[in-house]
Design a protein around this ligand. Structure first.
Ligand code: MG
Ligand code: MG
Length: 249
């Protein structure tokens, strides 16, 4: 069942979203060659806890970090580790959330480690653009298929592929709620959008086929073909007065 939020609940979600966004900014500022993904996770955990919130991901399904941190061909759900040292030219996806006042935020960014290739830069840019293309389709009465089609359309136009196996989601009192929000779809089809919906929209985009698999650690999802992957996510609210992006500083 989709849980629609009233103005008061959305304002509680703003708080969770802001802390999530701030944590990602701090992580992004710390990204450089030579630091470990555990170090980034520590920065995020510290900020979230200092803000009076709890890291949404820590212990979620047994996940051992406050953020999912995924490098290069790792798409999502990478486990922060003191053995993973970022190298010049890597791209690193940091995905995190904060829980406060009964509500979650969820957001992801892809950061460049030092100088990266032109292709990696373009992948990161197209991934972010595809999020905003999808967002443009969000309005009361529109369909989820309009959103997914806009995201995938922009990705395909640029020669990349979206991951179909993992999707965005509703969010609120739970980190993952109904509905699923796929990064593909058919215009005019799918769920009709209504005021009070709060959604995590999160294109995962790859240079190769977009086919993915999970590693034997039970978490890390990688591209099958070794292609690079980027991720961009915000939690948004649809209201009578328009869209609010909840995970922007
Ligand atoms: Mg996320
Ligand atoms: Mg999410």
């Amino acid at each position: 069942m989709i849980q629609l939020k009233n103005a008061e609940q959305i304002s509680a979600m703003k708080r969770a979203g802001r802390i999530t966004a701030e944590a990602l900014v701090l992580a992004g500022e710390a990204v450089k060659p030579g630091i470990t993904t555990k170090h980034l996770d520590d920065i995020i955990c510290h900020h979230i806890e200092k803000s009076g919130a709890r890291p949404s991901f820590l212990g979620y399904g047994g996940f051992p970090g406050s953020a999912c941190i995924s490098v290069n061909d790792q798409v999502i759900h990478g486990i922060p580790s003191k053995n993973v040292v970022l190298q010049e030219g890597d791209i690193v996806k940091v995905d995190t959330g904060a829980f406060i006042g009964g509500y979650h935020g969820d957001s992801a960014r892809t950061f460049a480690v030092g100088n990266i290739s032109a292709e990696a830069k373009r992948l990161i840019q197209v991934t972010e653009e595809s999020f905003w293309q999808g967002l443009q389709k969000i309005e009361i009465g529109a369909r989820l298929g309009d959103v997914g089609a806009a995201i995938e359309g922009h990705v395909k136009e640029n020669g990349y592929a979206v991951v179909r196996k993992y999707v965005g989601h509703g969010i609120g009192r739970n980190l993952h709620e109904s509905p699923d929000v796929p990064n593909y779809g058919t215009p005019g089809r799918g769920l009709r959008l209504a005021s009070g919906m709060t959604l995590a929209i999160e294109p995962m985009v790859c240079t190769g086929t977009g086919e993915v698999r999970e590693l034997s650690d039970g978490w890390t999802v990688v591209t099958n073909d070794g292609g690079l992957s980027a991720h961009y996510e915000n939690t948004i609210a649809l209201t009578e007065n328009g869209i609010i992006v909840l995970t922007k500083v």
